[in-house]
Design a protein around this ligand. Structure first.
Ligand code: CMX
Length: 441
């Protein structure tokens, strides 16, 4: 077995044994109560999942295995001459549970380089789609085409022992993560650069090589990709892409099927697609107002117009967070360091001043603050990546790190098929009339 696989096995055996003991002793303890409103309103706040890789606090934001984003920026290994964390390091942390050494990260880079070959039929499948197809659709179709390579599916068909599920999941996850940048870059070059594809550079790190294959050689863009791939990777287990991957995986659908399902969720405008919606919204604002540098008053009027048309202000609000998303702040810091004079980036900062007071004045909106998607597009545009329909694919490549590390844990823990109970309006009405027997025994 490889070093990382050995370490994962050792850690998951230990944590899995502790979990079984804990459940044996405390399995009957109540963890909370569920209100009728929660049942009807997206299950907000109901604790119903275990996800080891990260934990979200409404006030403080995300922590990956206990580490905040600034801590990761300080503690994770960097590329030579760089100052942003290498996403390989975050994956190691999420998977194994400990901070990696420089050697661990180099090892992971070379493992992913070795495993990155994408079979020709995947490219042929992408080519079969009209070039106008949305990049997220092309991405999901390509992942599905790659499912022919699933070790999990092959071994299951031959009668795999359930004790080995974790290992087949681990192998598929490593292969998939290794191959995603090549697939995403292929889609980008096909759709926007006349199919002028760029071969991988075996000397670069995972995110640096991704930037290279998309055609961006600027060191600043490579640093942005390292930061981007790190901060978008995981946001605990209940968000749509993570939860979908976990749910579909619980049916023992292999990692390719499970991840593709998660990506279909990421492609929704209330989730990952919001990153394209933000920049589209800003471009429309600039066009309608007729200036590249709208004032705070002009932005305020445009926000009011958006709301009056029954639309959401993309990049603002969150189902769990109640403060500015630290992923927004990390990108703002990157902007201040690398492109403080950029007018689009400055517009994002002006929007940050204008929007929260307006959304905060609407009683129904629980969080008026920016989320991760409010900032990312402006940084990409600065380096020339203006094709905003592609942005959610970048999010998706990053999200693979978190949801696939979690899938390895799901199978190592032997988590069962997920199957919550649903009810009907009629049953609720009878229960409200005092007929408790509606719940059965
Ligand atoms: N603009 C306008 N209205 C908003 C809003 C926003 N940015 N955020 C919330 N609201 C509205 C909701 O649409 C909802 O209205 P209705 O009751 O009429 O349906 C009401 O306020 C209450 O919503 P909430 O409880 O505050 O938020 P939810 O948990 O329901 O939704 C989210 C969270 C992210 C879907 C929502 O804030 C939103 O639509 N934001 C804009 C889209 C966006 O940026 N999504 C990206 C999230 C991060 C990610 O996953 O990538």
């Amino acid at each position: 077995m490889g070093i990382i696989k050995d370490r994962f096995k050792e850690k998951s055996d230990k944590v899995g044994a502790e979990m079984k003991e804990m459940l044996k002793e405390h399995g009957d303890k109540k963890i909370g109560e569920v209100t009728l409103a929660q049942v009807y309103q997206g299950m907000r706040g109901i604790t119903g999942l275990v996800t080891e890789t990260s934990l979200l606090d409404a006030q403080e934001g995300i922590r990956f295995r206990g580490y905040s984003i600034p801590e990761l920026q300080e503690k994770l290994p960097k590329a030579p001459g760089g100052s942003e964390p290498l996403p390989e390091g975050l994956f190691y942390l999420m998977l194994v549970g400990d901070l990696p050494t420089e050697d661990d990260v180099h090892h992971l880079t070379s493992v992913w380089q070795r495993r990155s070959h994408v079979p020709n039929h995947v490219f042929a499948t992408i080519e079969a789609l009209p070039a106008s197809t949305h990049p997220m659709t092309q991405f999901v179709v390509a992942i599905m085409a790659l499912q022919t390579e699933s070790e999990f599916a092959k071994r299951y068909a031959k009668g795999m022992n359930k004790k080995d599920y974790w290992e087949a999941t681990f192998d598929d996850s490593m292969d998939l993560i290794a191959r995603l940048p090549r697939i995403a870059a292929y889609i980008y070059r096909r759709k926007y650069k006349n199919g002028d594809h760029i071969q991988p550079n075996g000397l670069l790190d995972w995110a640096g090589n991704f930037a290279h294959m998309m055609g961006y050689e600027d060191e600043g863009f490579k640093e942005l990709m390292r930061l981007y791939m790190t901060i978008h990777a995981d946001h605990e287990g209940g968000n749509v892409s993570a939860h979908t991957t976990h749910l579909v995986g619980s049916a023992l659908s292999d990692p390719y099927l499970s991840f593709a399902a998660g990506m279909n969720g990421l492609a929704g405008p209330l989730h990952g697609l919001a990153n394209q919606e933000v920049i589209k919204w800003i471009f429309e604002l600039r066009e309608q107002i007729g200036t590249d540098s709208p004032t705070k008053e002009q932005i305020t009027a445009y926000v009011e117009k958006t709301l009056s048309e029954g639309k959401v202000v993309p990049g603002y609000g969150h189902a769990v967070l109640r403060k500015t998303d630290p992923r927004f702040t990390a990108q703002m810091e990157f902007g201040k360091k690398h492109m403080a004079d950029d007018t689009l980036v400055q517009t994002v900062w002006n929007i940050y001043e204008a929007v929260p007071p307006i959304l905060g004045s609407k009683a129904k909106i629980k969080n008026p603050w920016p989320n991760v998607d409010a900032h990312s597009g402006a940084l990409l545009v600065h380096y020339g990546m203006v094709e905003y329909e592609f942005y959610t694919v970048l999010f998706g490549v990053s999200r693979a790190l978190g949801v696939l590390a979690s899938l390895c844990w799901d199978r190592a823990f032997g988590f069962p098929l997920e199957r919550p109970k649903s009810i009907t309006n009629d049953l609720v009405k009878k229960w409200l009339e005092g007929k408790d027997e509606v719940w059965g025994d």
